[in-house]
Design a protein around this ligand. Structure first.
Ligand SMILES: Cc1ncc(COP(=O)(O)O)c(C=O)c1O
Length: 470
């Protein structure tokens, strides 16, 4: 039967065999539920924002007409049922760009004629790559990056991702050297580099890019005459300083330069408004040809007229959006602090971050060796025994083993507390396991450390103690 399928249907580059997606499958087999399945797996691998649903729901209850296909009391059911223009509802595009401006502190202006509506950022990213690259061309992306990019940017377009390796030595910041190395790597693989794609704020780091990094990127794309795509899907989740800088703010000073129409923004309401099921995304570009081509391509993933109608009413309610944006940030900040301090008590630290729906967690000290195999061993233990689905850094193409992405906004505070208790118990039992090994070694005076050494002990403290004993 498989013989009858196309190469695309049979090919594996969709990336669904990544541990990122495998963790979800494990969760689905045994999902945690406080009442029905308290021993189940807690889903901490899903970047969903459920913290501000009550605000959306209360707006909806006060605006029943909107949900009921009515405008000023009159039914507009027929109008909406027949509307399917790929240019979108003008009032929705207007409301969306104003929301995007509000999120950026009104420091940048967006023109509704330069926006293309898509079915989520997934579709926006793929559509942009279709516009920029031929099959076999390369896009450079800083690591660690969102695992879905392997599917969204490569699978159907045939483009290649070449990593820009970022490391913990400088908090995973992009450097000029890393950019040049990635560019050279692409050339050595005979790939034509078409652009750089960044996620700002970053998924999985939860950090915002500095002005220096953004300037560096601009210099790089000017020098190489390539494009820059900035996926700003988390721009409304920045809950602490430093302030957020969108690439559009930096681009303002390039208005008369050639690069003006080579910088593109991807946006979506999936994270900032917490409505991934509505499938609302957008491409914003100063490039008329890209806007025209992407608009035509958007036929393959339109946003339904009903959704556009509902959201244009919601987003043009300025009182609501202002309150939502600030309240949502407060809640994210509080939740992020709970996760970070809870993990701290378990002896686990996180990369300092100020945005997103997740933390980038450092578990290098829990690895049995500094390898990706050890990271997978630890991850399996955490999913199957500790019963938490988190995402290993390797699924985000991180260059260093031992980092994990842990989501915190898709659950209640109580569930987060349970998750933290589980991880704390795990770390304590791992360290007790280590003590047992040490005392039995001491009594038996055995030198061969590896044989009896538990997989889940802390490497460094073990060595430290041994050294102290001598
Ligand atoms: C960086 C990034 N881009 C794109 C997406 C896809 O978002 P959407 O639900 O809007 O398709 C995600 C989802 O997690 C993401 O994290």
């Amino acid at each position: 039967m498989r013989l009858l399928l196309s190469g695309k249907a049979k090919c594996n580059s969709h990336g669904q065999d990544s541990s990122y997606f495998l963790g979800w499958q494990e969760y689905e087999k045994n999902p945690y539920d406080q009442a029905r399945n308290p021993q189940g797996i807690i889903q901490m691998g899903l970047a969903e924002n459920q913290l501000s649903f009550d605000l959306l729901e209360s707006w909806l209850s006060e605006n029943q007409d909107i949900a009921g296909f009515k405008r000023n009391g009159e039914s507009i059911f027929r109008e909406l049922a027949l509307f399917q223009d790929y240019h979108g509802l003008p009032e929705f595009k207007q409301a969306l760009v104003q929301f995007m401006e509000e999120i950026r502190g009104n420091k940048v202006g967006f023109n509704p004629n330069k926006i293309v509506l898509t079915a989520g950022a997934t579709s926006a990213n793929e559509t942009l790559i279709f516009c920029l690259a031929e099959a076999g061309d390369a896009i450079l992306i800083p690591t660690p990056y969102y695992p879905g990019f392997d599917r969204d940017l490569k699978w159907r377009t045939g483009a290649e991702i070449v990593p820009i390796h970022c490391t913990s030595s400088n908090g995973f910041k992009i450097t000029a050297c890393a950019l040049q190395q990635a560019y050279q790597e692409a050339l050595s693989r005979n790939l034509k580099v078409k652009g750089v794609l960044v996620t700002n704020p970053s998924n999985p780091l939860g950090t915002t890019m500095t002005r220096a990094e953004l300037d560096l990127l601009m210099d790089f794309i000017v020098e190489k005459q390539i494009h820059l795509v900035s996926d700003e899907i988390y721009s409304g989740t920045v809950f602490s300083s430093p302030n957020y800088t969108s690439i559009m703010e930096v681009l303002a000073k390039y208005k008369k330069a050639e690069v003006w129409d080579r910088v593109h923004v991807v946006y979506s309401l999936s994270k900032d408004l917490g409505v991934p099921g509505f499938r609302v995304g957008a491409i914003y570009s100063n490039n008329d040809s890209i806007v025209a081509a992407a608009t035509k391509m958007s036929s393959f993933g339109l946003v339904s007229s009903q959704t556009q109608y509902f959201l244009s009413a919601l987003l043009s309610d300025k009182k609501f959006t202002r309150n939502y944006i600030s309240e949502n940030k407060k809640r994210l900040k509080k939740r992020h602090a709970s996760l970070v301090s809870g993990l701290q008590k378990a002896g686990i630290s996180c990369l300092k971050s100020n945005a997103g729906l997740f933390s980038w967690v450092d578990m290098r000290h829990l690895l049995s060796s500094n390898t990706f195999e050890a990271e997978m061993e630890l991850w399996k233990k955490i999913v199957h025994d500790v019963k938490l689905n988190i995402s290993p850094g390797s699924s985000c193409h991180c260059s260093e083993p031992g980092w994990f992405r842990v989501c915190f906004a898709n659950m209640t505070e109580e569930t987060l507390e349970i998750a933290i208790r589980r991880i704390k118990a795990f770390v304590e039992s791992a360290s007790r396991g280590q003590d047992k090994v040490i005392s039995s070694q001491r009594s038996r005076n055995v030198n061969s450390r590896k044989k009896s050494f538990s997989k889940w002990v802390f490497r460094l403290p073990f060595h430290d103690r041994e050294a102290g004993e001598r």
